[in-house]
Design a protein around this ligand. Structure first.
Ligand SMILES: Nc1ncnc2c1ncn2[C@@H]1O[C@H](COP(=O)(O)OP(=O)(O)O)[C@@H](O)[C@H]1O
Ligand SMILES: [Mg+2]
Length: 336
C-alpha cells in the first residue's frame, strides 16, 4: 500500500550545511496492515510520516501510495492522493470554534461535498467512533479520549485507505489509550484501513501492530514482524526499547536487591515460547531453582520476556547449566 524507496529528506542547516532528518529509508507497508514506527525523539519519525502524504517532498528517493508515485504526480493528483490519507495527531488539532460535527464535516467540505452531504457523512463517522450523542458539543467539552476519537472521525470522514497516526495516544492516560487503540483496531479490521503509527510506547506496538520499524538518526535500523523484532533485537536502540518496555532484565539496584535476597547463582533466561528445554536441562543436572524475577508478557499471543532464576545444586552442576545457557546450544533452553 505504501512503498518508500531509498527516501532521504534533508533540511538546510547553518551556513550552507544540511541535516538529514530521514536517511535512505526503504520501507514497505502491506495493504491492510498496521505498521508501527518507533524511535527516540528526533529520530525522524514525524518527517517520515509527512513524506508519506507528501506534506514534505523527499530530497531524493520515491514514495508510492497505492501504486501512485507521488513525485510523478502534479499538484492536483497529489491533492487527490492526500485526500485518501487521513492523519491523526498527538494534540488532536481540532477547531475549537467548531462543533464536533463541524470538525468532522470540515474535510468533506474542503473536498467539495455539499453541506447536507458533509453533515450526513460526519454523523455516520461519529457513530462509528461512538460519539453520535456528542455531535453538537465543542471540543473543550470533551475528554482527551473523546477528542482523539473526534480526531480519528475527522481523519476517516473522506473514507481514506490509509491512516497516519503521529503519537496519537501519547497525550492520553493508559485506560483512554486502550480505548483509542481498540478504535484503531476496528478502523483497521472493519474498514480495512492501512495504518501507519508512530509511537514511543511499546504497549501500542504490542497490542496493535503487525510490523514495526525502528528509527535512529533518520535511518530505519531494523524492521519486520513485531514478534521477530522484539524477540531478537539486533540494534541497541531496539534492544533498549524492548528492555524498557518489558522490564524483564533486572539491572543495577534491582539486581543488587535480588543478589541480597538470593544466595545462589542468578541467571536470566529469555523466554520466547516453549520452556520445556529449560526444565529438561535443569533436571538432567539435578539443579533446582526458585524464580527471583519474571518479566514475561504476550506479543501476538506468544510469550516474550525473561525469567531470572536462582539456581541451587552442586557447584559443578550449576556450572554445567550456566555453561549450556550461555553456550552456542542455548536454544535448547528456550534462550535466544
Ligand atoms: N522543517 C524542518 N526544518 C529543519 N529541521 C527539521 C524540520 N523538521 C524536522 N527537523 C529536524 O529533523 C529531525 C527529526 O525530526 P522529527 O521527524 O520531528 O523527529 P521525531 O518525530 O522522530 O521526533 C529533528 O532533529 C528535527 O529538528
Ligand atoms: Mg515526532
Amino acid at each position: 500500500m505504501i512503498e518508500l524507496h531509498d527516501v532521504t529528506k534533508t533540511f538546510p542547516q547553518g551556513k550552507g550545511g544540511e541535516f538529514r532528518a530521514v536517511d535512505a529509508v526503504t520501507l514497505h507497508v502491506p495493504r491492510g496492515s498496521v505498521y508501527g514506527i518507533v524511535g527516540h525523539s528526533g529520530a525522524g519519525k514525524s518527517t517520515l510520516l509527512r513524506l508519506i502524504n507528501h506534506l514534505e517532498a523527499p530530497t531524493s528517493g520515491r514514495v508510492l501510495v497505492d501504486g501512485q508515485d507521488l513525485g510523478a504526480l502534479g499538484e492536483r493528483g497529489r491533492r487527490a492522493v492526500r485526500q485518501s490519507i487521513g492523519m491523526v495527531f498527538q494534540q488532536f488539532n481540532l477547531f475549537r470554534s467548531r462543533t464536533v460535527l463541524g470538525n468532522v464535516a470540515y474535510p468533506l467540505r474542503v473536498a467539495g461535498a455539499s453541506r447536507a452531504a458533509a453533515r450526513e457523512r460526519a454523523a455516520e463517522v461519529l457513530k462509528f467512533v461512538g460519539l453520535d450523542g456528542h455531535a453538537r458539543r465543542y471540543p473543550e467539552q470533551l475528554s482527551g479520549g473523546q477528542r482523539q476519537r473526534v480526531g480519528i472521525a475527522r481523519a476517516l470522514a473522506t473514507s481514506p485507505g490509509v491512516l497516519l497516526c503521529d503519537e496519537a495516544t501519547s497525550a492520553l492516560d493508559p485506560q483512554t489509550t486502550g480505548e483509542v487503540l481498540g478504535l484503531l483496531r476496528r478502523v483497521n479490521r472493519e474498514l480495512g484501513v492501512t495504518i501507519v503509527l508512530i509511537t514511543h510506547e511499546m504497549e501500542v506496538v504490542r497490542t496493535l501492530c503487525d510490523r514495526v520499524a525502528v528509527m535512529a538518526g533518520g535511518a530505519v535500523v531494523e524492521s519486520g514482524d513485531v514478534y521477530d523484532v522484539f524477540s531478537r533485537p539486533q540494534h541497541p536502540v531496539t534492544e533498549a526499547f524492548v528492555r524498557s518496555a518489558l522490564h524483564d532484565v533486572p539491572e543495577g539496584a534491582a539486581l543488587e536487591r535480588l543478589r541480597a535476597r538470593h544466595a545462589g547463582r542468578l541467571v536470566t533466561v529469555p523466554v520466547t515460547g516453549d520452556t520445556t528445554g529449560l526444565s529438561r536441562l535443569l533436571r538432567e543436572h539435578a539443579v533446582d531453582f526458585t524464580i527471583a524475577h519474571a518479566g514475561v508478557g504476550d506479543v501476538h499471543d506468544r510469550p516474550l520476556g525473561s525469567v531470572t532464576l536462582e539456581l541451587r545444586g552442586a557447584e559443578a552442576d550449576v556450572d554445567a547449566v550456566v555453561a549450556r545457557l550461555s553456550g552456542p546450544d542455548r536454544t535448547t533452553a528456550g534462550a535466544r
